[in-house]
Design a protein around this ligand. Structure first.
Ligand SMILES: *Cc1c(COP(=O)(O)O)cnc(C)c1O
Length: 361
């Protein structure tokens, strides 16, 4: 038996989630965000399965190159734009769209000496304070970019929400009003909504929505489950029991000898660890599905293994199936037990895992 740890990707669920985006934003185009190896789900697999997307968003040119080499011909947007002058030649060769968020990037386009006209997404900082031009400078930047020979005719105007998952937060409303105000007299398509914006802010879908997390069946709204939002988890992290043993009362389990057996008890050793992307900070008590029954993590996860409490589930033996997250246990719940967010867990999936694609279409 080879190492049993594997990640299963359910493309039927992915397509369902995409159709949810369509339903929620019927008048907008969809730019599917597939940066970070499609949030750990496999870049080209996901791009092919989401071929109905109007465009794709990636973080760097290497990802764009992989997509073009796989035969993906849809528009691809570099979400942080070019990192250097040299990259523009490659951007042109690959026919990419670019975000422009600094004067340095405008300068790069001015210095460009090739044949390509860049489709530019001008990024405005409406309150996230990460990337984008200051609102006061937007008109000037728009005019400067529009006048450049190597910029394609119509700019797209974009911004990004800081807190759209929180429907109580006033910043989302401020950001969308500011975006509206800054762009209303400029021609060009507009885009501001990420997954949380698509779900929580129907008035700000504009011309392009940019879903990431929700495509993968995960809730971007704290306190709301994916099930409540009619999203289906795409990734399932699975493995097997590789040892079962009895440990005496008072003995400890795992590194740091932190977890102590309150009584003599059976424990299961599971072939998954932080070397696979399972969170090292998951606390004792984190749910783990063993043979379709709920068990709990005990002790600290190690690189290749974790241990589970088998007191409630008799009869577990070597080779029994384990699910760490997926359909039975939402990854959001595991993230909560590990003091992090689902984004970090899914994008941290390691390439040493076997990948199994489940496609019923
Ligand atoms: C990552 C990203 C998104 C998608 O965000 P989700 O919260 O995963 O939906 C959208 N727009 C930009 C600019 C991004 O970087």
């Amino acid at each position: 038996m080879s190492r049993p740890a594997k990640v299963k990707i359910n493309l039927t669920a992915l397509r369902h989630n995409f159709s949810q985006v369509r339903k929620l934003a019927p008048d907008s185009r969809i730019l599917s965000v597939i940066k970070a190896d499609a949030y750990g789900h496999g870049l080209t697999t996901i791009a092919r399965a989401l071929s109905e997307s109007d465009a794709f968003g990636v973080a760097c040119i290497e990802e764009a190159m992989e997509l073009r080499e796989a035969g993906i011909t849809s528009p691809i947007l570099l979400l942080e734009g070019p990192f250097s002058q040299e990259e523009l030649t490659l951007v042109a060769a690959l026919h990419l769209d670019i975000v422009v968020h600094t004067s340095e990037q405008i300068h790069m386009i001015e210095q460009y000496r090739g044949e390509y006209s860049f489709p530019v997404w001008l990024k405005i900082d409406t309150g996230m304070h990460r990337l984008g031009f200051h609102p006061d400078t937007v008109k000037g930047i728009y005019d400067r970019l529009s006048s450049l020979k190597h910029v394609r005719d119509e700019l797209t105007l974009m911004s990004h929400f800081a807190d759209a998952g929180n429907s109580e937060s006033s910043i989302t409303k401020k950001q969308s009003e500011l975006f509206q105000e800054l762009t209303q007299n400029l021609s060009g398509k507009r885009s501001i909504a990420n997954s949380a914006g698509i779900l929580n802010c129907p008035d700000c879908h504009f011309d392009y929505v940019r879903p990431g997390l929700m495509l993968y069946g995960i809730s971007p709204i704290p306190g709301k489950t994916s099930c409540e939002l009619d999203l289906q988890p795409v990734m399932s992290l699975q493995t097997k029991i590789i040892a079962v043993k009895e440990v005496k009362q008072g003995e400890t389990v795992g590194y740091g000898a932190e977890w102590q057996c309150p009584e003599s008890m059976p424990i299961g050793i599971v072939a998954i660890g932080y070397g696979d992307g399972y969170p090292r900070h998951a606390k004792s008590g984190t749910p783990v599905m063993v043979n379709g029954q709920l068990a709990q993590l005990i002790g600290k996860p190690s690189m290749d293994m974790i241990t589970v409490d088998l007191r409630e589930i008799p009869g577990v033996k070597i080779g029994d199936a384990v699910e760490l997250w997926g359909e039975a246990i939402p990854v959001e719940e595991v993230a909560e037990h590990a003091g992090t967010i689902a984004y970090e867990l899914i994008s941290g999936i390691q390439s040493r895992l076997n990948v199994i694609i489940n496609d019923e279409d």
